[in-house]
Structure formats: C-alpha cells, structure tokens
Design a protein around this ligand. Structure first.
Ligand code: SF4
Ligand code: MG
Length: 283
C-alpha cells in the first residue's frame, strides 16, 4: 500500500513561503494514502490560479486545465474511467467566479468525485484583486474605494443546488482537512470541500490569525447534525459561513454514473471492445 510520500514528486512548488496551499497539497497526499490508493489510481485536475499548480505537485495523473474549467474536465475523466479517484481543485476566483456555472451544475449532477476549493478570498496569481469571496469594503487595486459587491456564499449556493456533501476546513488544521478529504473521496457523489487557505502575499486582512479568531469548528457545536439540510443552511447563515467540519452529507442519493445506464459499471463502454472474426460473420 502506498504511503503519502509516494504521492510526492520531485517538482518544487513555487508558492510563496507560508501560502496555505502547501497544507492542502499535504492533506491530499495523506488522504490518498489513508484511503488506500496507489498513485496510478488517482487523478488531480486543476484550473488556473496559484492553486491550479497543485496538479503538477502530486504524484498521480494530472491535468492543468483552463480557467474555471477544471470541473468539466474532471467529470469527463471520471466518466471515461470510473476506476480512477478524481480530485478537482482550484481557487475561489477559478471556481466561484468564471467557473461558478460549472460548479453549480456539477453539484446537481453529482458525479462521484471530490472538489477542493483553495479559498484565499482574493486573486493571488494576478497579484491581488478582489474576488467573489472578498468582503464588502475589501480594498485592492481592482476596488481601490473598497468592494461594494456582496460576498458570495458558495456553500449556501451548494446546498440550494442539491449538494450531497459539503464541508469546509482551514489549511492550518491538517488533521481535520485530511479527514474531510478522506470522507469526500469515500462519499458516493460530488463532494465539495472549501478550504480557507491564506494568501500571505496579497491578502493582509484574511490572515492565519484572522481565520483562527473567526472560525467555529462544528465539532464544538453541541447537537449539530450534518444530515439535516435545514440545520446546515441555518448554521451557514448564522455564522456568515465561518464554520469548519462536515457541514452536510446526504448518503441516500446515487451518483450520476450509477443512475445513467450508459455509464454504469456493467455498460458496454466498460466491456472489452476487441472484435473477433465471428463479429464480422454475416456482414
Ligand atoms: Fe499563495 Fe498568495 Fe503566493 Fe499565490 S500569491 S502562492 S495564493 S501566497
Ligand atoms: Mg483566490
């Protein structure tokens, strides 16, 4: 069985020292090993952004896609080869701005895969512009007077879109993050895991200390029931989305490929299609 070290390659990440994305890379590698995968059983598909580099930093199949399009590619990979475990990853700009249409429809489609969003509440790769996750009043070069747009609440949108697995974590909490990725991989259906991942270079507001002060870990909330969709929505609204842990899981729904006959494990697409001479008899 592979250890997490076997999911490392010799590519040195060029993230800034201290970037939250390092821990997400480590958590993916640990979770993959913990669920018993071998590197050749995993595919990591990413979009564009600092976070998008992740597909090159994990020893597995990888595809660095185009901006906002990691999910169509990842769903295609999964439907073409159901034996692969597929993880898609990208940033908040990638998944919740240009890619939001894909995100919502991937959620309601419910293909069996895991989507990890590295949410730093800013555009990092392009040197610090306001993202859909930035707070009202957030000042950057793109909003010098402060952003007047409402901050997007992606996990509330996910619940409204019929998500079957919604979780959130913080890159500093490697143990919780690794466990949630394992749960996401083991969940049958589309698992959305949003991860607060500080951009230490451009976001001087949403820092490690700021997240530590503002996050509520659901493990400390008495009576919280992650199978209760109304409770999940209420908690997200009450806390302005600042909760971590497993927020919602519905295990009653089958994944897309288990409901559509053409993609089922037994379908023709998964049979040996080699033709023999007999197949041509009578033609
Ligand atoms: Fe990370 Fe920000 Fe540096 Fe990008 S710019 S690598 S998000 S710290
Ligand atoms: Mg971002």
């Amino acid at each position: 069985m592979a250890t997490f070290k076997e999911f490392r390659n010799n590519v040195k990440p060029n993230w800034c020292p201290g970037c939250g994305d390092f821990s997400i890379q480590a958590a993916i590698q640990r979770a993959a090993a913990n669920v018993g995968l071998e590197p050749e059983q995993l595919a990591v598909i990413s979009g564009i952004g600092c976070s998008g580099r992740i597909s090159g930093y994990v020893n597995a199949y990888g595809f660095h896609g185009i901006h906002g399009r990691a999910l169509p590619i990842a769903q295609g990979v999964k439907l073409a080869n159901r034996d692969l475990t597929v993880i898609a990853s990208g940033g908040d700009g990638d998944g919740f701005a240009i890619g939001m249409g894909h995100t919502v429809h991937a959620i309601r489609r419910n293909v069996n895969m895991t989507y990890i969003v590295m949410d730093n509440q800013i555009y990092g790769l392009t040197k610090g512009q306001t993202s859909p996750r930035s707070a009202v009043g957030f000042k950057t070069k793109s909003t010098p007077e402060g952003s007047v747009e409402t901050t997007l609440a992606p996990l509330e949108i996910a619940l409204a879109a019929g998500a079957t697995f919604v979780a959130q974590s913080f890159s500093s909490d490697l143990k919780q993050l690794t466990s949630l990725i394992e749960q996401g991989i083991n969940h049958e259906g589309f698992s959305l895991i949003n991860v607060f991942s500080p951009c230490v270079t451009f976001n001087k507001i949403n820092t490690y200390d700021w997240f530590k002060e503002n996050i509520v870990n659901l493990a400390t909330v008495e009576g919280y029931d992650p199978t209760n969709r109304v409770m999940a929505m209420t908690k997200l609204m009450e806390t302005n989305g600042m909760i971590t842990g497993l927020i919602y899981q519905d295990t009653s729904r089958r994944s897309y490929e288990n409901l559509v006959p053409g993609f089922s494990q037994e379908s023709l697409a998964h049979h040996d299609l080699t033709l023999s001479e007999d197949d041509f008899n009578g033609l």
